[in-house]
Ligand binder design. Structure first.
Ligand code: PLP
Length: 400
């Protein structure tokens, strides 16, 4: 008789966005004529940059000619042309990353989930709460216990290593989804020092690095001295360059990141990860890797930066409205997310239903990201200028 992985049974039944979709569908059933403004799901709306589209088309043509056709990529870790372009991008931001520390993937979510494969069951795992759900869910699916580090208004939703910190694996995300908070270089150094002291590994999610504007906020953990012996970084082109539907990201594991196995041998985590990927992942398509390469060209950077500036303008509209209403929030600066405290002590789902029913605006209840999300709400700046302006106009009218 087949047995299932019963860890799934102890998990929350509804994934956050499924519950949101369900409530929207219910509303639409009773109000078919109402247009909704979606400020919830973190998907982008600006199209791919022309330089990216051109590169993808050219690569597709190459795939259709016998002399330039490509099948499996030998290593599955990404073509050198792309890894070199990413390493150069890291160098420009002052991060210490070599091309051969990088493995290209089909987006950061897969690696954020799959990385659990290379760690043993006995590890203590810490996640800042609230958090992007995949860090918690992937560990729960593997039957591991997760401990939480509180992120709250008191620490600006950017907690530092707590007194007596001793987790083996810690997930950090800066700029943070959902709270929009960031770590400065000084704060990140505290995490790096704590991790090196305890021989822990930091899994650092930098999917929103391209939104950082403040000079003292690093765009990679590898801008911090000591990170190469304790950190794995996961990044993505989804938000940087509108690749949510194109799918490409990259994971950096430095050669210096080693652990001692139970037989006393020293093992490089990059080697174990390469072994895992070699068995379970066959690489990213050639046209997508050529498209990704184009993101890092001068023209590509100019074009993707214009899209990010577009979203920044939306974030400014959202935060200006909240300022006028006197609603507290974090994010909106260095981040596409604005994390607000629900007015009148409402819960996140209560606020969600209010906005949906009264002004047809959809956001994301903080409850979906952990216990410290209770009473908070996430708005994203990924909509259009027109819709963002309209959503905020309606919100201001509702609350003033
Ligand atoms: N990390 C964070 C914090 C995210 O918010 C997301 C997507 O929303 C991802 C990773 C995954 O991005 P992708 O799988 O599209 O690269």
């Amino acid at each position: 008789m087949v047995r299932i992985n019963e860890n799934f049974l102890s998990m929350e039944k509804n994934y956050l966005f499924i519950e949101i979709a369900h409530r929207i569908a219910e509303y639409k059933k009773h109000n078919p004529d109402k247009e909704l403004i979606r400020m919830g799901i973190g998907d982008v709306t600006r199209p791919l940059a022309p330089a990216v589209v051109e590169a993808m088309k050219k690569a597709a043509d190459e795939m259709g000619r016998e002399e330039t056709f490509r099948g499996y990529e030998d290593s599955g870790a990404g073509y050198d042309f792309l890894k070199n372009a990413i390493a150069q991008y890291y160098r420009q931001m002052g991060a210490d990353v070599d091309a051969d520390d990088i493995r290209v993937n089909d987006g950061a979510k897969s690696d954020c989930g799959n990385i659990t494969d290379i760690f043993g069951d006995g590890n203590t795992i810490a996640v800042t709460d609230p958090a992007y759900p995949v860090y918690v869910d992937s560990n729960l699916m593997a039957g591991r216990k997760v401990t939480y580090i509180d992120a709250n208004e008191g620490n600006g939703f950017a907690p530092l290593p707590p007194e007596g910190f001793d987790a083996d694996i810690i997930y950090l995300c800066s700029p943070n989804n959902p709270t929009g908070s960031v770590y400065t270089a000084e704060e990140l150094k505290k995490w790096v020092d704590a991790a090196n002291e305890h021989r822990s590994v930091i899994i650092y999610d930098s999917a929103y690095e391209a939104f950082i504007t403040d000079k003292d906020v690093p765009r990679s953990i590898f801008c911090i001295e000591g990170a190469r012996t304790c950190a794995i970084e996961m990044c993505s082109l989804s938000k940087t360059a509108g690749f949510t539907g194109t799918r490409c990201g990259y994971t950096v594991i430095p050669k210096e990141l080693t652990v001692t196995a139970s037989d006393g041998s020293t093992v490089r985590l990059a080697d174990i990860w390469a072994r895992r990927q070699g068995s379970k992942f066959n690489g990213v398509s050639y046209p997508v890797q050529r498209a990704a390469e184009a993101v890092f060209t001068e023209k590509g950077q100019e074009q993707v930066r214009a899209a990010i500036e577009y979203y920044r303008e939306n974030a400014r509209m959202i935060t200006a409205s909240l300022d006028r209403l006197g609603i507290k929030y974090t994010g909106g600066k260095n981040s596409p997310y604005v994390w607000l405290r629900c007015p009148d002590d409402m819960g996140g789902w209560e606020f969600f239903d209010l906005l949906l029913n009264k002004i047809q605006v959809v956001g994301t209840p903080g409850e979906g990201f952990g216990k410290n999300g209770k009473g908070y709400f996430r708005l994203t700046s990924f909509s259009t200028h027109e819709k963002t302006a309209e959503a905020m106009k309606r919100t201001e009218k509702l609350f003033s």
